[in-house]
Design a protein around this ligand. Structure first.
Ligand code: 2HG
Ligand code: ZN
Length: 487
């Protein structure tokens, strides 16, 4: 086994590296690799255009055996590997470094759904399946795969698992971690671990799949998964309501869970300023409530029986909340089109914020009960720092995960604002930590939050993480530079 190439070292790699790249080409056949700059270019930059990398080759294996072959070759030659799915990471997890030495390993050709078992309520898939395809195939079998997020049309299930993706249904069904029963993984030295179990109960020692889930490709390459399915909901009730104030969201959340028999599947916070971004920048975003309100919530019940039980429960909930002054305005979707329009507003925010200009983003979680306190304290601290600054919190308040994003004061230059980034991050993250929260609730660590991690995790926790990394990837070839600084 060779020493690894020095990481982050630009410059032409030597003959051993070149031989290994030739071996990879042979192992994968003509369709299985590319060095064409126009093919590689879009895969070497992240979705937010923060990180730009280079790669010696794009490897596009079609089978697990080919993935194993590539990793074996890389391990022998000491070549680092960046695994990539749909390239939708928000923290630079799937972008290689700038050395040009790395192999970019795309799972995109491994996109088969291998089995759906309606009795076991499971689905076995390859890592390169696009999330929306997984959802659609499950639905065609009258089952639900509940993971749902903005990038579902292009993100891939392997990446969802590697990043433990969250999204809009976590409240009811959990994160990706809760939706995986088994995994097949290729280890850093190119061995295939078949952990494709479909068991609901298995207490035979350490549950190794959980090490790979959320590891952002730093421990091995996920090639297949057994996913957990659920009964397909037969009735949905979707509403957008304006709240008396921010605190009202907690009371409404508690009532909504009870009123629906715990069928509440989404509970998303939309600050008025955030919705205004959508109305201003996205032509097709239709105003759902007549007036501008400071705090709005999108909530959805998913019932398992056809009929109008969920809609009735929603009506009763909102009528009562209205009478008690918790809710000051509301609309319940009366058609599939209206439901889609309401959800479109939530999704439009993500694009609208880009059009609004510079934004400094935070993907934090705090205990649900402390969300209003978190928002209030962060708003006050930032306003004290920069007069007129525009925080626009939104997101998964039902599970305590707020995208606390921040725009510059009206008229301020983007460049001047971005210079405040570190101080703003520190302020928001300190408040998060103070409220016993997490600085990365669903987007992961990647490159973006790697250097901040030591500020918020104990030395012992980081040491245990390093030991896991060392055990599974002793020479540090798996997605180096992500999650752990020296990993
Ligand atoms: C969402 O919930 C995504 O829409 C993106 O996690 C959040 O753009 C963001 O900050
Ligand atoms: Zn989110």
């Amino acid at each position: 086994m060779a020493d690894p190439l020095p990481l982050n070292t630009p410059g032409a790699p030597g003959p051993r590296h070149r031989d290994a790249i030739e071996q990879i080409k042979q192992a994968l056949g003509d369709k299985g690799w590319s060095q064409d700059p126009s093919v590689l270019a879009p895969l070497l930059v992240d979705t937010r255009d923060y990180y730009h990398g280079k790669a010696a080759i794009l490897a596009r294996p079609e089978t697990t055996e080919q993935v194993a072959e590539v990793l074996k070759i890389c391990h022998e030659a000491g070549i680092p590997v960046t695994p990539q799915g749909g390239n939708t990471s928000r923290v630079g997890s799937a972008t290689p470094d700038e050395s040009g030495a790395q192999v970019l390993l795309s799972l995109a050709r491994m996109n088969r759904v291998l089995e759906i078992d309606p009795v076991d309520y499971t689905m076995t898939v390859e890592a390169g399946c696009v999330l929306q395809d997984v959802q659609n195939k499950a639905a065609a079998a009258d089952r639900l795969f509940p993971l749902s997020l903005g990038a579902e049309g292009s993100c891939m299930i392997g990446g969802n698992i590697a990043s433990n993706a969250g999204g809009i249904n976590v409240l009811r069904y959990g994160n990706t971690r809760d939706l995986v029963l088994g995994l097949e993984v290729v280890t850093a030295d190119g061995q295939i671990w078949n952990g494709l179990r479909r068991l609901r109960k298995d207490n035979t020692g350490y549950d190794l799949k959980h090490l790979f889930i959320g590891s952002e490709g730093t421990l091995g390459v996920i090639t297949k998964a057994v996913l957990k399915l659920f009964p397909l909901p037969k009735e949905k009730a979707t509403a957008l309501c304006a709240l008396r104030d921010l605190d009202a969201c907690l009371e409404l959340l508690t009532r909504a869970r009870a009123a629906s028999g715990d069928a509440l599947s989404s509970f998303e916070l939309l600050a008025g300023i955030t919705l205004n971004f959508a109305y201003r920048h996205i032509d097709t975003a239709k105003r759902a409530l007549g007036e501008e309100y400071d705090w709005q919530v999108l909530l959805e019940f998913s019932g398992l029986e056809a009929g109008d039980m969920m809609n009735q429960a929603m009506e009763t909930l909102l009528e009562q909340a209205f009478e008690d002054g918790l809710v000051i305005d509301a609309v319940i979707a009366q058609s599939e089109q209206q439901r889609a329009d309401i959800w479109f507003l939530r999704e439009a925010i993500v694009e609208a914020q880009l059009k609004e200009g510079a934004s400094i983003k935070h993907d934090v979680s705090v205990p649900v009960s402390r969300v209003p306190e978190f928002i209030r304290r962060s708003n006050a601290a930032l306003e004290e720092m920069i007069e007129g600054v525009r925080p626009y919190p939104f997101g998964h308040v039902g599970d305590g995960n707020i995208h606390y994003n921040v725009s510059p004061p009206v008229g301020a230059s983007d460049a001047e604002f971005v210079a405040w980034k570190e101080r703003i991050n520190e302020t928001v993250h300190r408040i998060t930590a103070d409220l016993e929260g997490s600085i990365s609730a669903e987007h992961g660590v990647g490159q973006l939050k790697r250097d901040e991690l030591p500020l918020y995790k104990s030395a012992l926790e980081l040491e245990m993480m390093r030991k896991v990394k060392q055990a599974l990837d002793p020479i540090g070839l798996m997605n180096p530079g992500k999650v752990l600084k020296d990993g």
